[in-house]
Design a protein around this ligand. Structure first.
Ligand SMILES: Nc1ncnc2c1ncn2[C@@H]1O[C@H](COP(=O)(O)OP(=O)(O)OP(=O)(O)O)[C@@H](O)[C@H]1O
Ligand SMILES: [Mg+2]
Length: 255
């Protein structure tokens, strides 16, 4: 069996007549951390939208675990195992961290539809999973605290936890470290690396230190297209990448 979790071929997205994404071929290996980098407006978030089904592909196809999902709705893609890190605003501020995770864990099997005895069982399973995820997030000490009272860094980690609790195959993270301080960034870095044990991780990030540190593969995008792709060592040395995008930043940031 192929070790590719997600594949795109000739993927394109148009906003009106503007080609925000064009001819993108990706092969995302299972249980890898695959980073997407590139300057503002390169099409990174648009790529994620095309993978989650939020915007339709104008050309090409998306294949998840061998199954063509190009025409699948966003709900269907969630059911098939694509999760996107939730935004802070989608946390339930008035519920505890644990309750937030329990709800996310139940997202896949709506408990309303279950018989009462199944519901109790499903609740128990969801709580167990919520507690496991809390440990992975290293947030056990604050699991009863309201989500709205957590620090910014803890909330961002909880967002990743909400994605994990849905037990997806593929987790998409769009700049999960934005606005974070250094300590929180370290915790997020460890968490993302750890995620790849059980999931495949597709990761958009501007912080080159993290990208170089935790990626198995890096795809550099520019103007909606793939520029180059390779291991961190290859990307770091690539003259075209340095010229087009990273410049001095790369030596400055990871030295
Ligand atoms: N809904 C939209 N309608 C029209 N144009 C859009 C829309 N969303 C994005 N764009 C344009 O598509 C291009 C790619 O945007 P996108 O948000 O995918 O870039 P990005 O790589 O995620 O950038 P950033 O690093 O700033 O997040 C940009 O030129 C942007 O202005
Ligand atoms: Mg973006």
């Amino acid at each position: 069996m192929s070790d590719i979790a997600l594949q795109t071929r000739g993927l394109g997205v148009k906003y009106g007549t503007f080609h925000a994404l064009a001819e993108v071929d990706l092969d995302i290996r299972r249980n890898s951390v695959h980073s997407i980098i590139g300057p503002n407006g390169a099409g990174k978030t648009t790529l994620f939208h095309a993978l989650t089904g939020r915007v339709p592909a104008s050309s090409g196809r998306v294949v998840l675990e061998g199954r063509d999902i190009t025409q699948a709705s966003d709900d269907d893609r969630v059911r098939l195992g694509i999760a996107r890190s939730f935004q802070v605003t989608s946390l339930f501020a008035n519920l505890s961290l644990r309750e937030n995770l329990r709800l996310a864990a139940q997202g896949r099997t709506p408990w309303q539809a279950l018989a009462p005895w199944r519901r109790a069982q499903s609740n128990r399973a969801a709580l167990e999973l919520a507690d496991q995820v809390t440990e992975r997030l290293e947030l056990s000490a604050v699991s009863d605290r309201l989500a709205g009272e957590l620090s910014h860094g803890q909330q961002r980690r909880l967002e990743v936890g909400m994605a994990m609790a849905a037990r997806p195959r593929l987790i998409l993270l769009d700049e999960p470290t934005s606005g974070m301080g250094i300590d929180d960034i370290d915790a997020m870095k460890t968490l993302i690396r750890d995620l790849a044990q059980d999931h495949t991780v597709l990761f958009i990030e501007h912080n080159m230190g993290i990208v170089m540190n935790i990626s198995d593969t890096i795809t550099v995008m520019r103007l909606g297209r793939k520029l180059v792709e390779g291991t961190p060592a290859v990307i770091r040395e690539d003259p075209e990448v340095q010229r087009a995008y990273l410049g001095n930043m790369i030596t400055g940031d990871i030295a």
